[in-house]
Ligand binder design. Structure first.
Ligand code: GDP
Ligand code: MG
Length: 600
């Protein structure tokens, strides 16, 4: 396949607008996968993705399609890169786009342009890609393609004549999609006569083959048996296997200019496969490709073994998971309350959730309240990056002279009747309005600068609930801003529990402290002794609750006699205990840690 017969494209869309379904239909249409293969959404590979209906990792598939272009019937090799739909993974979206020359911008015909449509459009636009608008779900009774065409024109200046109308469900209009890809998206621009340069897009670990790298060959060609080097690490490798994702791995022995495929090269760990790295012919001299922005971790949380599981098991489980998700950062840490564990950094809340969910399938864990990365400055001029509130002394010997917190620019699109509710929510969350306009007669477009901390804690759920699910939301990271922050400690019977400390804005400290203490009272079971739960800033107690002791005879009375019932109860208690963590002398269930998450 000469590169003029190759097309690389991606599908971008707001979540649920039909990207994965459309991808599946195109794979069926080209015979790449069988129709009705029984597994909806072929490209959503991972189990959590299936369960939650989201695409976390971009998947690539190669298909073949005959098309008559300029009077010649030609077979084209078309690479489709599926992209994640959720805001946390915009980093993965821009990565996928680096291997493409064009995109299908899929928009739901009834919902119209949503926040991620805007964000994704700009990612493609900034990367100079051809954009083909696809208005999908035209089979729905509430579909209004004309209105969507109008929005695309007014917001992105897209030509109404260029829009394709499809239903990935009924198949209507799908026959126009691949011809449009072939005719409107340019072939990859690389030079086949130049020395090999390829971009490392992604990597994962396969039990049988070892590290598998997804690559885009920009210039030259890659052949099995050759030797390649990494621009990032300087390491060299023998090319053991080369091929395409069809979507199963198919050995081809060679990847030509413009192709996207996989390579196995005897790397021992995915840590050697730096995403965004340039791989080139051993000993040749090339300029590395631009690469990607480094991963930015927005949220950090501690992960500790729950009672009944050990650190080593957790270590192994984390090692295994990060092998296939290099975007999680992991560092050992220790907590007085919870012992030895890890501090993990994530791209966002969903990313964190997905990771925790996978981790729990392998190991019993306690995860601590997530925190965003703050910067604190002390009176001696030193600045520290705080990724764990416990790292901040409660009574610093040196005075804190300034602190900064990360902010985001949020885009919110809502039916106009919800504008008031959004303004209230965003001001409660310390937001600053940057823009407020209308994208058509019924929909408002709002831009806010918000502290990252305020959207990390339950913002999305709140947003959805006050707008009956109609709001769409996306955010991009922005600068740090100066802020008046304090450390809030939680004390159980006078002992600070380091794993429960949080950093909050001074004006919110009182309310947050109150709520945390009330939540804990609800979720910690009564024990044989009294428990005093307190919230404090430095040495000042700002909230207090008392959990009275369990009366001893209660147990004896209700469990007396019936031995099988007693056994059952004990069994049940043991079950519940798995997720307990003993802090000092107090047993704290996992849910208590989890509930702290929801206080903002
Ligand atoms: P993604 O999040 O963009 O990947 O969206 P999915 O492909 O997972 O689709 C979201 C939902 O919309 C699924 O329930 C699909 O079955 C449904 N869907 C996708 N395309 C169409 C369509 O053309 N018409 C209708 N009525 N439903 C569709
Ligand atoms: Mg999807």
């Amino acid at each position: 396949y000469p590169s003029e017969n190759i097309r690389n494209f991606s599908i971008i869309a707001h979540v649920d607008h039909g990207k994965s379904t459309l991808a599946d239909r195109l794979l069926e249409l080209t015979g790449t996968i069988r129709k009705g293969h029984g597994q909806p959404q072929y490209l959503d590979k991972l189990q959590v993705e299936r369960e939650r209906g989201i695409t976390v990792k971009a998947q690539t598939a190669t298909m073949f399609h005959r098309h008559n272009l300029h009077g010649t019937d030609t077979e084209f090799l078309i690479n489709l890169v599926d992209t994640p739909g959720h805001v946390d993974f915009s980093y993965e979206v821009s990565r996928s786009l680096a291997a493409c020359q064009g995109v299908l911008l899929v928009v739901d015909a009834a919902q119209g342009v949503q926040a991620q449509t805007v964000a994704n459009f700009y990612l493609a636009f900034e990367a100079n890609l051809s954009v083909i608008p696809v208005i999908n779900k035209i089979d729905q009774p509430t579909a209004d393609p004309d209105r969507v065409i109008e929005q695309l024109k007014s917001m992105f200046d897209l030509d109404p004549k260029e829009a394709l109308l499809t239903s990935a469900k009924t198949g209507q209009g799908l026959e126009q999609v691949l011809p449009a890809v072939i005719e409107r998206i340019p072939p990859p621009p690389g030079k086949s006569s130049s020395p090999l340069r390829m971009l490392l897009l992604d990597s994962y670990y396969d039990e049988y083959k070892g590290v598998i790298c997804h690559v885009a060959v920009v210039d030259g060609a890659l052949r099995k048996g050759e030797k390649i080097s990494s621009a990032a690490t300087g390491q060299s490798y023998d090319v053991l296997d080369v091929g395409i994702m069809h979507p199963e791995l198919i050995q081809t022995g060679v990847l030509l200019t413009g192709q996207v495929g996989y390579v196995v090269s005897g790397m021992r760990s995915t840590k050697e496969a730096r995403v965004g790295d340039t791989l080139y012919q051993y000993r040749s001299v090339v300029d590395p490709l631009p690469g990607f922005k480094p991963v930015k971790h927005m949220v950090f949380s501690g992960v500790y073994p729950a009672d009944g599981s050990d650190f080593e098991a957790l270590n192994i489980a984390i090692e295994k998971l990060t092998c296939n998700d290099a975007s999680v950062s992991v560092a050992k840490e220790s907590s007085t309350a919870l012992g030895l564990g890890f501090r993990c950094g994530f791209l966002g809340l969903l990313h964190m959730d997905v990771f925790h969910q996978r981790l729990e399938q392998a190991s019993h864990v306690i995860s601590t309240v997530p925190t965003v990365p703050y910067i604190f400055e002390y009176s001696d001029g030193s600045k520290v990056h705080i990724q764990n509130p416990a790292m901040l002394p409660s009574n610093p010997k040196q005075r804190v002279t300034a602190c900064w917190e990360p902010t985001v620019i949020a885009t919110i699109i809502i039916p106009s009747e919800y504008v008031g509710a959004i303004i209230t929510l965003c001001s409660e969350r310390r937001g600053e309005q940057l823009e407020y306009s209308f994208i058509d007669s019924q929909r408002a477009f709002m831009k806010y600068r918000l502290p990252l901390r305020e959207i990390v804690v339950d913002f999305y759920n709140e947003l959805k609930s006050i707008t009956s699910g109609y709001a769409s939301f996306d955010y991009e990271e922005a600068d740090y801003q100066a802020s008046d922050l304090v450390k809030l400690d939680i004390l159980l019977n006078g002992q600070p529990v380091d794993a429960m400390a949080t950093i909050v804005h001074r004006l919110k400290a009182q309310r947050v402290g109150r709520e945390l203490v009330e939540k804990l009272k609800k979720f910690i079971d009564r024990q044989m002794f009294e428990i005093i739960i307190q919230a404090a800033i430095g040495s000042k107690i700002i909230a207090r609750e008392t959990l009275s002791a369990m009366r001893k005879n209660v147990l004896a009375k209700c469990y007396g006699g019936d031995i099988t019932r007693k056994k059952k109860l004990l069994e049940k208690q043991k079950e519940g205990k798995k997720r307990m963590k003993r802090v000092g002398s107090v047993d704290i269930p996992q849910e208590a840690f989890h509930e702290l998450l929801k206080v903002s």
